[in-house]
Design a protein around this ligand. Structure first.
Ligand code: SF4
Ligand code: SF4
Length: 456
């Protein structure tokens, strides 16, 4: 084959690859209910081969020149792909204090004026009283007169929340007799497999550290304000996936249904796991919605499930922040996962800022991480975020739906995830492509078709 023939074959193959690649991505985007991405991909599926066809009409020398340019471009992209730009020197950031659960917005919102808990808290934190009183006057979560209220969806979400509420007293219990002996690696592998079998997406083990544990009880079982003693040695942390289609319309009532459902799933998994471990003769406590003794995102991060990103949620490697968390703490000897910081996520969050731009309450910071209680991190404005939730009646979730890490785990998006883990250039290119295909301020996606029956 002479060079002219070779250039002809390479160009034809390139044209076919462009056509098939973009067409497949376009079809996938339609299935993901991303019309903008589908339109762009299908346009590129036509334009790319058209350019190649025009090149085929050129004289052999022109074709060779075009191939040379394409080859040089591909080589430059590969070099940039390996270039270590955007490398962040990051240690494992660990807070130097234990957080008080009474300070979280959920705990503060439950305080009823005239109760001893209300009096005790605002004697402790008088500065929080005015803003909390203001939030208490808003419609509130799942309220019928909230801005995004939907009678059937809110009723569904409330029904899902009855599961973690009903399991509240089952998070802990009696230990059965004598502790059975297990080889730590074997029981760790079994429990991880079992957790996935129960419905978790990912699972990891961390050694329990003091900063994982709240200092005082703010809600759930136990006495409000009591100091927390939790001396378990290990924590099993897991994620459950939030359905891509259900979170797409956020902020919307239908997204709240998905949040409630996944808290319910996580609670069932954690309670079953803890009950099993207690039956083997070891203490174990499940940490579930409304009844935590630990800060689940910090435990999950240290168990190797992801990095804490700009929006303050755990960014998992395959689903980004589109997960909910569950934790079981125990003394059963386990093998912790070796979790080292994933600086690619921190670098991506540093340049991306899409969640901050799209947050309706402007609660997510635009600036770089800063040191808070001894740890370098981003801190969202929990008050303004929670205030917005109480206006709309749902948990918003706009930040997690626009996050480029939240796309479904399939071939195309997993390929991008793989690339951005290894290359600063790929991270910048991926962000540019995400803005191009999905928009810098993407419109909420339509709710799944079956939910329309709730509107009739
Ligand atoms: S939207 Fe961007 S900045 Fe925000 S958490 Fe996701 S990757 Fe990070
Ligand atoms: S949940 Fe909504 S209001 Fe809260 S930080 Fe995310 S986007 Fe902003």
């Amino acid at each position: 084959m002479n060079p002219a023939q070779l250039s002809f074959v390479i160009l034809v193959l390139s044209g076919m690859a462009i056509l098939l690649g973009f067409a497949a991505f376009g079809v996938q985007s339609l299935r993901e209910r991303e019309p903008r991405a589908a339109r762009i991909a299908l346009a590129l599926a036509m334009i790319g081969p058209l350019i190649v066809a025009l090149a085929l009409l050129a004289p052999p020398l022109g074709r060779l020149l075009l191939l040379g340019i394409l080859g040089a471009g591909a080589t430059a992209a590969m070099v940039l792909f390996l270039w270590p730009i955007g490398r962040i020197a990051a240690g494992r950031e660990t807070p130097t204090i234990r957080f008080d659960e009474r300070d979280i917005m959920f705990a503060r919102a439950r305080l009823k004026p005239g109760t001893p808990q209300h009096a005790a808290y605002y004697a402790l934190r008088p500065a929080n009283r005015a803003v909390d009183d203001e939030i208490r006057k808003l419609p509130g979560l799942l309220a019928a007169h909230a801005k995004k209220a939907h009678p059937l969806h809110f009723a569904t979400a409330a029904a899902c929340f009855t599961v973690p509420a009903a399991l509240r007293e089952w998070v802990d219990g009696q230990i059965a007799g004598t502790a059975r002996e297990f080889e730590p690696a074997r029981i760790t592998a079994y429990l991880k497999g079992l957790t996935r079998y129960f419905g978790a997406r990912a699972v990891g083990v961390a050694e329990l550290r003091p900063y994982h544990v709240y200092s005082h009880i703010g809600r759930g079982s136990g006495e409000y304000g009591a100091a927390i003693q939790l001396d378990h040695r290990y924590a099993i942390a897991f994620t459950v996936e939030m359905d891509y289609d259900m979170v797409g319309p956020a902020p919307a009532a239908v997204e709240m249904v998905e949040t409630a459902k996944q808290y319910s799933e996580a609670a069932q998994i954690a309670v079953q796991l803890a009950a099993l471990i207690r039956s083997l003769g070891y203490p174990a406590r499940a940490h579930i919605d409304g009844n935590y003794r630990v800060i689940a995102p910090l435990v999950a991060r240290d168990a190797g499930l992801g990095e804490i990103g700009r929006m303050g949620l755990v960014m998992t490697s395959d689903l980004g922040p589109r997960v909910r968390l569950g934790v079981v703490t125990t003394d059963l000897p386990l093998i912790p996962d070796a979790a080292s910081p994933d600086t690619s996520v921190l670098d991506f969050c540093r340049i991306c800022k899409k969640c901050a731009e799209n947050c309706p309450s402007r609660s997510i910071p635009f600036d770089d991480r800063r040191e808070i209680e001894g740890a370098l991190r981003w801190q969202i404005d929990a008050v303004s975020c929670f205030r917005y939730w109480n206006v709309i009646g749902a948990d918003c979730g706009r930040c997690l739906t626009v996050c480029p890490y939240s796309h479904p785990a399939n071939l195309a998006h997993n390929g991008v995830r793989w690339a951005i883990r290894r290359s600063g250039f790929a991270r910048r290119a991926a962000l540019w492509l995400d803005d191009l295909f999905y928009g810098r301020n993407p419109a909420p996606r339509p709710a799944p078709g079956w939910t329309a029956a709730a509107d009739r």
